[in-house]
Design a protein around this ligand. Structure first.
Ligand SMILES: *[C@@H]1O[C@H](CO)[C@@H](O)[C@H](O)[C@H]1NC(C)=O
Ligand SMILES: *[C@@H]1O[C@H](CO)[C@@H](O)[C@H](O)[C@H]1NC(C)=O
Ligand SMILES: *[C@@H]1O[C@H](CO)[C@@H](O)[C@H](O)[C@H]1NC(C)=O
Length: 273
């Protein structure tokens, strides 16, 4: 009899423990900065906000409303991929950036965790330049001209929001995303049109990643959308830990421990009945 009444109690305790696993509410935090309202909406729309909230250490590379460009017109799928490259799985504030060894750093972004990242799509390159910092995809040949404009907020060493001048363009995620302020130099160049054959075998983003000319292509390449049922594990994309210091999620670990502790306590309560 007693056991039956304890079990639901136990369950609700565990649910409570699990649901409180969110470290912070990025929607709420970013909501305090009207300049980023569009970016904030997109984070929610893509479902990325929830994923961000489940991490304890994050740097968000936010884009102000005025520079959001055509991000708003992306399909949800592409949007999520692009936005996830704007989430760095480590804490970086301007002070930490200034102390970068060799004035450059390779950062792991959240797309790396999707299991779909090929080559260096799951990484960003941040380099000191002209007294500021430029961010870009670490993919070979990618443009690196998203400039750090300012720090929006930070809460060491859990969350930092940095404001970039324009969205980061990661080759192969979306062939149509062009930098907002960039002139369209190659738009008319026939050389930049990809051979049609490549679109067929676009399942491997290799071609796109390796050939800089394809970044310019206007063709809404369905490459990534041609989702192979089994996301091929790409041997070339190094695991996150290999490239950057591992970013353990101490908070999740701690909460897990807490949950387990709670479970043990409750279980022993049950046992004593
Ligand atoms: C996060 O904050 C937003 C805006 O304040 C709110 O609508 C949402 O319910 C919050 N989410 C969680 C998980 O608390
Ligand atoms: C980042 O890119 C620059 C060139 O733009 C390069 O010099 C630097 O070594 C790269 N940094 C890393 C960590 O890959
Ligand atoms: C902030 O990060 C520290 C470790 O870096 C972690 O122990 C703590 O739980 C985090 N806080 C939140 C609110 O996630």
């Amino acid at each position: 009899m007693m056991n039956r009444s304890i079990v639901p109690l136990l369950c609700s305790f565990l649910l409570l423990a699990a649901s409180s696993a969110s470290a912070f509410n990025i929607t709420k935090i970013l909501g305090q900065y009207p300049d980023y309202s569009t970016f904030n909406e997109l984070l929610s729309k893509s479902g990325l906000a929830t994923e961000i909230n489940h991490r304890g250490t994050i740097t968000l590379l936010a884009i102000p409303n005025g520079a959001i460009g055509d991000l708003t017109s992306k399909s949800e799928d592409v949007l999520k991929r692009v936005l996830s490259t704007h989430v760095v799985l480590d804490y970086y504030d301007p002070m930490k950036l200034k102390s970068m060894k060799d004035k450059t750093a390779k950062m792991t972004n959240m797309y790396q965790q999707s299991g779909k990242a090929a080559y260096d799509q799951g990484f960003l390159n941040c380099t000191a330049k002209d007294g500021s910092f430029v961010f870009g995809s670490a993919v070979k040949g990618a443009e690196r001209d998203s400039k750090l404009d300012k720090s929006v907020m930070n809460q060491p060493y859990n969350i930092s929001i940095l404001s970039l001048s324009q969205p980061i363009v990661t080759p192969g995620l979306d062939g149509t995303l062009a930098p907002v302020s960039a002139p369209p130099p190659k738009a008319n160049s026939p050389a930049s049109a990809p051979p049609p054959a490549e679109e067929e075998e676009a399942e491997s983003p290799e071609e796109e990643a390796e050939s800089p000319s394809e970044e310019e292509t206007e063709a809404p390449s369905p490459s990534e959308d041609a989702d192979s049922p089994a996301p091929s594990p790409d041997a070339d994309a190094p695991p996150a830990d290999a490239q950057s210091p591992p970013t353990p999620s101490p908070s999740s670990a701690g909460k897990l421990k807490a949950s387990l502790g709670l479970f043990v306590v409750l279980a022993s309560m049950v046992a004593t009945y």
